[in-house]
Design a protein around this ligand. Structure first.
Ligand code: SF4
Length: 338
């Protein structure tokens, strides 16, 4: 069955190859961005990127063609800025935007054409074959596909024993189906940016990119430099987190309070916890804000002392720790001694 994809679909899912085809057929030329009448595209692209860097989701979808272009221009901006943390923040925000539209569309879809579109998105991009139940209310995925993606989810509802399974297929609602591919969506955007080659850019775009790079570099380069200065206990916790393994509550508290204390924004800390097997963005954000003193008891939590961390088996001291009493002193004491 031929699938009709309208500009509205491409504006929601501009990472699809069809969006690139659409742009090529429209004859769009990068030099057009120097014209005053296309200024809005650049402005929206900058807004889209700034929204992502702030940890939020760009919501606009009022002008389909403009938004397809906005997405492509934003990819070019991120590639040109060349800062990995900016790319990761942007990819996560785009994944969350697409996730929202996919959930809504899956819930609303009713006719065969629309179903085919979503099945195509899941299968083409993520190799996930989904079927729809006859009444169109639930979705079915193969047990193997389900297990491969859900094995890192910690919540009880994802355990096979709590799922409806029939004939080798697991039944899911719309939100659950989309949740299965959340990480893959972000990786898709990251790979798209990493794999693209830059065209010759029009001056209007170069100016904006340079301005944003100058603004973002001190913020994000500083953070990457700090990574090498993390004390061993924090490095260990980050390693565990990066491997997608479970980190005990006390280690999570240490990691979050340490990151807050060195000035990391809440969004960045939430991202650090993204690989946790039981990651839930809403709960993680609340917990980090709670530790920062901006939610709940309004008490700002301190980084646990080295003594407390030793007692909790979270200390991995090296010679460089050299008598410090709190992980926050790591590096500083050595610097003072020189
Ligand atoms: S001595 Fe302190 S800073 Fe060093 S690893 Fe142990 S807890 Fe962390």
């Amino acid at each position: 069955m031929a699938i009709k994809m309208g500009t509205g679909d491409l504006a929601k899912y501009p990472f699809l190859n069809e969006a690139g085809d659409y742009l090529r057929q429209s004859g769009f030329d990068w030099e057009e961005l120097d014209r005053p009448d296309t200024r809005e595209i650049l402005e929206r692209a900058e807004e889209r990127l700034r929204t992502a860097v702030a940890g939020n989701v760009y919501e606009k979808l009022d002008r389909y063609e403009t938004e397809i272009l906005t997405f492509v221009v934003t990819l070019i901006m991120v590639k040109s800025i060349g800062l990995d943390p900016v790319l990761k923040k942007y990819a996560l925000a785009e994944a969350r935007r697409a996730e929202k539209f996919l959930s809504e569309d899956l819930r609303r879809q009713s006719d065969a054409q629309r179903r085919a579109l979503f099945i195509k998105i899941f299968e083409d991009l993520f190799g996930l074959k989904i079927d729809v139940t006859e009444d169109g209310r639930l979705f079915k995925v193969r047990v193997t596909d389900y297990l491969r993606r859900s094995s890192h989810f910690h919540e009880q509802e994802w355990k096979m024993i709590n799922r409806l399974v029939q004939a080798g297929q697991v039944f899911l609602d719309a939100d659950e189906t989309v949740r299965l591919i959340r990480n893959e969506l972000a990786i898709l955007i990251i790979n798209k940016v990493r794999g693209m080659s830059l065209p010759t850019l029009p001056n209007s775009l170069v100016e904006r990119v340079e301005q944003m790079r100058a603004e973002l570099t001190p913020r994000f380069e500083y953070r990457t430099q700090v990574v090498t200065e993390y004390p061993p206990c924090i490095k260990h916790a980050l390693d565990v987190m990066n491997r997608g393994e479970n980190l005990p509550h006390s280690a999570r508290l240490m990691l979050a309070t340490y990151m807050l204390a060195i000035g990391k924004p809440v969004d960045t800390i939430v991202e650090i916890f993204k690989n946790a097997p039981d990651f839930n963005e809403r709960i993680t954000r609340y917990q980090v804000e709670h530790l920062a003193g901006s939610k709940g008891s309004r008490t700002k939590y301190s980084v646990p002392s080295c003594e407390k961390l030793r007692a909790e088996n979270l200390c991995f001291a090296t010679a460089e720790c050299d008598g410090i009493v709190n992980p926050l002193q790591f590096g500083k004491k050595r610097a003072n001694k020189k």
